[in-house]
Design a protein around this ligand. Structure first.
Ligand SMILES: Nc1nc2c(ncn2[C@@H]2O[C@H](COP(=O)(O)OP(=O)(O)OP(=O)(O)O)[C@@H](O)[C@H]2O)c(=O)[nH]1
Ligand SMILES: [Mg+2]
Ligand SMILES: [Zn+2]
Length: 365
């Protein structure tokens, strides 16, 4: 028995080094693949081991397979791993640009494979028109310009598109257009972020810019957008944007949307009943330039104007903080080209509270 346990540990070490740690797959999925390749149940998950700061499950050999067999098979697994989607786990043909199941760019998986770390997903969620695209674009731009002593390196040119789209629009005094509902048109950002102090750890961050309407559709009929489900399930941190200007004007829409969003997250999380959810969730009170009282007392503002959300947070989420955020310095208003509706024109940008929620999440990853 003792011998078996040692052998199991070796296999486990091998799996951990090759696959789990490097690519961010769950060990359960790797066991499944291995069983399939070796033709039968031969591994057992059980117990918990802690190594290099990561909690993982150990494996024990079952009967007839030798260590060598398993080693060869893990190498086979490695060879196929490049084609597996990092977000949803689906197998894709080697030349696919987007995952066939969830439309996440397969380049993310390939870029992550080069790193020796498990990438972390930070999801930016919120209703349509709250300012997710503007916020995320400006945040990434600040990070690449070394704001707050951070250093951010984009992995892959596709990562820069989001930030470029936002900055080029703002410099022409326009807000960027709505994010389309089609997942294959979303911008994904994959950045390597670290603080510029000695021995600061590097974090690989995957941050997609989702469309508010797709999120709303997923809330109404879960699993229509498989990518949203997988992303939120795998997120290490969540930024939830709430339209504070609307809430301050007495609208209940921001409160209800945030409430639905959090109860969805509560539903898919693995936390047991009676146990709070640990994932750090930063609630961003956006467009705070319209309600400056946010800046004085964000928690008081949320309790008064987003009371349903506040109560759910208190009941179920252990790691929540509220941050006032604003990117617009002064706004002008003009008519759209076809004279149909009024459009806000960002005369200049004045970023307030953009970096704080990000720092808060990074400190808790
Ligand atoms: N006053 C003010 N308005 C803002 C601010 N940020 C965004 N807006 C307004 O909000 C609008 C929507 O911003 P987006 O970033 O496109 O919103 P979104 O959440 O990405 O919306 P979807 O892509 O539809 O999900 C902008 O066109 C601006 O009019 C802000 O800080 N202050
Ligand atoms: Mg958008
Ligand atoms: Zn996928």
């Amino acid at each position: 028995m003792k011998h078996r346990r040692d052998a199991g540990a070796t296999i486990w070490g091998d799996l951990h080094r090759r696959r789990h740690h490097r690519r961010g797959y769950s060990l359960g999925a790797v066991f499944g693949d291995l069983c399939r390749l070796l033709g039968g149940p031969m591994l057992r998950c059980g117990g918990h081991r802690r190594d290099a700061g990561v909690t993982i499950r150990g494996a024990t050999i079952w009967g007839r397979h030798s260590l060598e067999e398993v080693h060869v098979t893990t190498e086979q697994l490695d060879a196929t791993a490049d084609t597996q989607c990092l977000i949803c786990g689906a197998e894709n043909p080697p030349d696919a640009l987007l995952c066939e199941e969830c439309y996440a760019p397969t380049a993310i998986g390939r870029d992550a494979a080069v790193q020796d770390r498990e990438p972390k997903i930070i999801s930016v969620i919120g209703d349509s028109n709250v300012g997710k695209t503007v916020y995320l674009g400006l945040l990434l731009d600040m990070l690449t310009q070394r704001a707050g002593d951070f250093e951010a390196v984009p992995k892959g040119a596709y990562s820069v598109d989001l930030q470029q789209n936002v900055i080029s629009h703002l410099s022409r005094r326009m807000f960027p257009p709505k994010t389309p509902m089609e997942v294959n048109q979303w911008h994904w950002a994959y950045y390597q972020v670290r603080r510029r102090v000695r021995d600061a750890p590097c974090v690989d961050l995957i941050m997609p810019d989702m469309a508010g309407e797709s999120l709303a559709a997923e809330l109404v009929t879960p699993q229509t957008f498989r990518v949203i489900h997988s992303l939120l399930k795998k997120s290490s941190g969540i930024m939830m944007l709430v339209d504070a200007a609307l809430a301050a004007n007495g609208s209940t829409q921001p409160d209800f949307f945030a409430l639905k969003m959090l109860s969805y997250i509560d539903g898919i999380s693995a936390a047991k009943r009676g146990q709070g959810i640990q994932t750090p969730i930063a609630v961003l009170l956006c467009k705070a330039d319209h309600c400056p009282e946010c800046f004085d007392d964000p928690h008081g503002f949320a309790r008064a104007n987003l009371n349903r959300l506040w109560n759910l947070c208190e009941a179920r989420f252990e790691n929540v903080a509220f941050f006032p955020t604003s990117v617009a310095g002064s706004l002008g208003y003009g008519m759209s080209e076809d004279e149909q509706y009024v459009v806000p024109i960002p005369l200049h940008t004045a970023l307030r509270g953009v970096l704080e929620p990000f720092e808060w999440i990074i400190d808790r990853l």
